[in-house]
Design a protein around this ligand. Structure first.
Ligand code: HEM
Length: 519
């Protein structure tokens, strides 16, 4: 008898805890998705069969009539923000109430987690001010010859392969090798050749970071949805092997450069060494914006070694996979739309002919407007970061509503759902770069924030210019010499399945392309 009483008691306690925690959105008067017992939305996320972007797109489609909509990630109430005007409020207008992402940072146990993407509050703000000048157009222009050399290696490789009869490629891999060469060169000052050296350690580490398995999927999910558990159980966001590699490479590079005072290289590492030694970077003459944003040089604390290593790690992961996936998905659409591919190639030919140049220069890229529209449209249809998150950093009442969002609440912005909404973009699954010819957002009529492949506001992507630059250069170089088509023609009118283990948008299976030299 007493066993039954104990069981009944335990069940009653669980029931009441469940009722208590899952009553949050009811009390707030905000509509919400009925949670699964105990785990809420977390059960669906843990058992995802498709990408996170697709999952949030489905939620957006179902609940978009609610400007804001409550979810439960286990007992943690989180909020889906569906309305572009409210999204603008979060990202830009009332940014001071939403400046963090709420990721777990554990500098002692997981030092590389203290990077710009994950840090919060004043630590993030100080670092962002320090690092912003490393990404100005002037600084990028000075790195262009290095990036161009990496593109040349890719072009030569493809030329050689196609000549020898190897014509079928997983272009995502080749493009990732190219961007890994770029980032190892501009972030670490190391001239790598991951294209010809298939076993290059930088490529191996890159593959390890974006490994598609349950462990990385679980880790990604925890850091987004239950970050406090990561801290509680000391779960590292970076593998020890990756950490050891990054720390040793950064150490070797800094030691080498500090011992050889004549060493002069215009790359991120040199800029970070400057930040380590003097705490600030001077403004370029041709960059009008004052990167110090009113800060005095004397206020700027110098970067520590661990801070440099954490930022180098972040540049590495943010710098190669995002851009190579963008070029790959743009190329995929150009294969599905051969006329668009020809139009982009004709523009590239025209610009190169007018400049009488065999090499794509920085200024020539600026003239390739249609190619730019192709990239913008690829990023609309396939935002590489398919959903954004923000943490509410002080209680906030949304304009025009009575709803107050409490400090500590995590907000999700379903970017992919919004960028594929037929009420914003007509026929959204059609790849039509022309949308962007007259409008930087592909739609001059809608209100609020609805095109955000690089996020927006003060916490947007700091490397957007560099991401666009390497994507555009890669595409200009390969499209000037080669034409591409899908090997599997059944993919012509089918959408690929996104990899559920990855936070970024990327196909689950490699998409093979046939490459032909242009005549
Ligand atoms: C096509 C390429 C890229 C895409 C689509 C992309 C996209 C994004 C997005 C969506 C965010 C979040 C923005 C937000 O929350 O509002 C972000 C943040 C960030 N990205 Fe990128 N990115 C790209 C390339 C790069 C490159 C090349 C770098 C650096 C080398 C970089 C460094 C960063 C950093 C450091 C942040 C965090 C900024 C902060 O929190 O202050 N990204 N990126």
């Amino acid at each position: 008898m007493s066993v039954w009483i104990t069981i009944a008691f335990v069940v009653a306690i669980i029931y009441f805890i469940n009722q208590y925690f899952f009553s949050y959105w009811t009390k707030q008067g905000i509509p919400f998705k009925e949670p699964t017992f105990l785990l809420g939305e977390f059960w669906d996320i843990l058992t995802l069969k498709r990408g996170l972007g697709d999952y949030f797109e489905q939620l957006y489609k179902k609940y978009k009539n609610n400007k804001i909509f409550g979810l439960y990630c286990s007992y943690r109430p989180t909020l889906l923000v569906n309305d572009p005007v409210l999204i603008q409020e979060v990202m830009i207008k009332d940014f001071t109430s939403f400046h963090d992402r709420g990721f777990p940072v554990d500098e002692e146990n997981d030092p590389l987690s203290a990077n710009l993407f994950e840090l919060s509050g004043q630590r993030w703000r100080d670092l962002r001010v320090k690092l912003s000048p490393t990404f100005t157009s002037g600084k990028l222009k000075s790195m262009y010859p290095t990036i161009r050399d990496c593109a040349q290696v890719m072009e030569n490789y493809l030329e050689k392969e196609v000549k020898s009869g190897n014509k079928v490629y997983d272009m995502r891999d080749l493009l990732a090798r190219f961007t890994t060469n770029v980032i190892s060169s501009v972030a670490f000052g190391i001239d790598n050749d991951c294209i010809n050296d298939r076993d290059n350690i930088f490529r191996k580490i890159g593959l390890k970071i974006f490994e598609s398995n349950y462990k990385s999927m679980f880790r990604n999910i925890l850091s987004f949805f239950l970050p406090k558990l990561m801290l509680l159980f000391k779960i590292r966001s970076v593998d020890r092997e990756v950490e050891d590699f990054i720390v040793s490479i950064v150490k070797q590079t800094i030691d080498h450069r500090e011992n050889d005072k004549s060493y002069e290289r215009k790359d991120f590492m040199q800029l970070m060494i400057l930040l380590k030694n003097q705490g600030y970077i001077s403004v370029d003459k041709d960059d009008k914006k004052d990167e110090l944003n009113g800060h005095d040089h004397n206020d700027m604390k110098k970067l520590t070694f661990n801070e440099i290593a954490a930022q180098a790690f972040l540049f590495f992961i943010a710098g190669f996979e995002t851009s190579s996936s963008t070029s790959n998905l743009c190329l995929l659409e150009l294969c599905k739309n051969p006329k668009t591919q020809t139009k982009a190639q004709e523009e590239i030919d025209r610009v190169m002919k007018a400049a009488n140049s065999k090499e794509v220069t920085y200024d020539m890229l600026g003239e390739m407007k249609y190619l730019e529209c192709c990239i913008d449209e690829a990023l609309r249809k396939y935002p590489i970061v398919p959903m954004l998150n923000r943490e509410c950093t002080k209680d906030h009442t949304f304009t025009g509503t009575k709803h107050t969002i409490e400090k500590g609440t995590t907000l999700f912005i379903p970017v992919q759902g919004i960028q594929r909404d037929p009420d914003i973009y007509d026929n959204p699954m059609e790849f039509r770069p022309e949308r962007f010819l007259d409008s930087p957002t592909g739609n001059g009529n809608s209100k609020g924030l609805f095109y955000m492949p690089f996020g927006d506001g003060p916490r947007n992507c700091i490397g957007a210019r560099m991401g666009k630059l390497q994507t555009k250069l890669a595409l200009a170089v390969i499209l000037s010499k080669f034409s591409f088509e899908l090997v599997d023609k059944s993919l012509m009118d089918k959408e690929f399945e996104a990899d559920p283990a990855q936070f970024i948008t990327t196909p689950k299976e490699p998409i093979m392309l046939k490459v032909e030299a242009r005549v």
